[in-house]
Design a protein around this ligand. Structure first.
Ligand code: SF4
Ligand code: SF4
Length: 371
């Protein structure tokens, strides 16, 4: 039990909700919400920055279930285009209005790390949200984070009022120097903070891992999905409030619910399987893009950055250029985005990328491969 809440260790991440004709498919979302609740899961994670997500959860959850039957988390991204404190504060009010939730069980300063941390300091947002907590509009205040353990240590030392931390943790990034899942997790725990885990499946990549990895997982448990290994690994860590899975399809949710319903932790033998999968992954170089699309919000040229990287990773993993090329066409041009060759190399994207990808260099590689 953490923070006075009894929460099952699977959270519904609302960042990748099902889409129809370019907007969130409410009918499908509602099916997923109902399925999730019926199975006794209660944690929902949205954000001001997830376009349409807060309204979708109002219609499919908040207006249909008693307020105390679920737990809602949302986030403030003051570093996205806020020039004044008032603009940053307005995100809180807008989240309340759009979600209709009345209060937030968990409120997060979204994506602290690097220059983004300073924006919350400059606008004195920590104190503002503490006031909202006193008013009962926030139950638990915390932050999500993408940066180094040293910086996490600094923030937690300066802000002991943070009650929890949301971190990117998955078996592929456990020792990845750009993400430092293990070191950040250990830092949060050394400050006594419980952890919410995000990106356990690494933006979906670990649902369909490379053949060498899938072979190890399938040999160990032929009937378990590869995604289940990723989520179970994260949920086995001590001090975890919940593991967020950004679910998009009903079958994906059904799979998650089935193995997480009575999950108590991976055995030693299963942990050994994960170690073997990590070794196999280490031998394949991929672009570590999680499709968060923060870069898309700041790119002045509307370059299809995440789509380009997804296509490039497909090519690296499966070696099928024709298939990857088709993906590139669909994920970039098909989504109204411009090709990497149109990049003006301003670098704005790299300033917001939580994965610290050398986006400009990688885009050049993509342009050489697909354009
Ligand atoms: S460097 Fe290129 S991709 Fe990145 S923000 Fe600038 S124009 Fe967009
Ligand atoms: S390049 Fe970075 S910011 Fe852009 S979608 Fe990928 S991970 Fe997110």
């Amino acid at each position: 039990m953490y923070l006075g809440e009894e929460i099952k260790k699977l959270g519904f991440g609302l960042m990748r909700l099902p889409q129809k004709d370019g907007v969130i498919d409410l009918e499908e979302t509602q099916k997923m919400v109902d399925l999730f609740m019926e199975n006794g899961f209660t944690y929902f994670d949205t954000a001001w920055a997830y376009t349409g997500s807060e309204e979708a959860i109002r219609k499919t959850l908040v207006e249909r279930y008693p307020r105390d039957s679920f737990t809602l988390a949302t986030k403030n991204a003051a570093w996205i285009n806020c020039k004044t404190r008032e603009e940053a504060l307005a995100q809180f009010d807008l989240s309340l209005e759009k979600s209709g939730a009345g209060y937030f069980d968990f409120y997060l300063l979204h994506n602290l790390g690097a220059h983004r941390t300073k924006v919350f300091e400059d606008f004195d947002l920590w104190n503002y949200f503490l006031k909202k907590k006193e008013e009962g509009l926030i139950k638990h205040l915390g932050f999500s984070f993408h940066s180094t353990p040293e910086e996490l240590d600094e923030i937690l030392t300066k802000h002991p009022e943070a009650e929890f931390v949301q971190l990117q943790i998955n078996y592929a990034d456990w020792e990845n120097p750009a993400i430092q899942s293990r070191a950040n997790y250990e830092m949060a725990r050394s400050h006594g903070k419980p952890v919410v885990i995000m990106e356990p499946v690494k933006g979906g990549l670990l649902a369909n891992p490379p053949e060498s990895v899938a072979k190890i997982l399938k040999e160990a448990e032929p009937d378990s999905s590869c995604a289940s290994w990723a989520i179970r690994f994260a949920a086995s860590l001590e001090g975890v409030i919940t593991v967020l899975s950004g679910m998009t399809y009903v079958p994906q949710m059904e799979d998650n619910l089935a193995y997480m319903k009575d999950f108590t932790g991976l055995t030693d033998a299963q942990q050994e399987v994960i170690r073997k999968a990590q070794d196999a992954l280490d031998r394949i170089p991929l672009i570590p893009c999680t499709t968060c699309n923060y870069c898309a919000k700041v790119c002045p040229k509307n370059i299809g950055i995440s789509g380009s990287f997804t296509a490039m990773n497909i090519y690296t993993l499966y070696g099928n250029k024709q298939f990857a090329q088709r993906q590139f066409g669909w994920l970039v041009g098909g989504h109204g985005k411009d090709v990497p060759g149109a990049c003006i190399k301003c670098g704005k994207c790299e300033g917001v990328c939580p994965q610290q990808i050398a986006i400009r260099d990688e885009l050049e590689r993509v342009a050489e491969t697909f354009e």
